[in-house]
Design a protein around this ligand. Structure first.
Ligand code: RB5
Length: 148
């Protein structure tokens, strides 16, 4: 298992980020916390881009981004080639986003879901493998602009 995870948030995701870091460390994940480190207002695209750069450079296989809703982070992350980000507020989406879409960034909303659901979503997302087969062809189509 690759147990290195990179994690980031804006001011609206700061509290949930801290709880998830503590939880994931207890599960022996090695966490790179790229901030932010307090609740002072910060623009989520800055954090999203910083984290995604580390994914596309292959320093990290998976990253977690937290903002108020998860939406801004996911929009920012999905602008970057080879990033497949998903906003999850349920565990089923977390599972299928890994099995079918090979998502490499998980976005969560501190204002949307509670701490315990967020932890369950992380567990499932981190532990579910991509199924490849027909899904690999489709995921490759996302990056190769073969859809007109
Ligand atoms: C910040 O107020 C909020 O807009 C941000 O955290 C996020 O929810 C955006 O999508």
């Amino acid at each position: 298992m690759n147990n290195k995870i990179i994690i980031g948030c804006d001011h609206a995701g700061f509290l949930l980020k801290n709880k998830l870091i503590e939880y994931l460390k207890e599960k022996n994940y090695i966490i790179n916390d790229i901030g932010c480190y307090n609740t002072d207002s910060i623009d989520y695209p800055i954090i999203a881009k910083q984290l995604c750069k580390k994914i596309i450079s292959n320093e990290y296989e998976k990253g977690i981004l937290i903002c108020g809703t998860g939406i801004g982070m996911s929009i920012a992350a999905n602008k970057i080639k080879n990033i497949r980000a998903v906003v999850c507020s349920d565990t089923t989406s977390a599972k299928f986003s890994r099995q079918h879409n090979n998502t490499n960034v998980l976005c969560l909303g501190q204002r949307i879901i509670g701490e315990y659901l967020a932890k369950d979503i992380c567990d499932i997302w981190l532990n579910t493998e991509f199924q490849k087969d027909r899904h690999l062809r489709r995921v490759l189509m996302l990056e190769n602009s073969t859809v007109n």
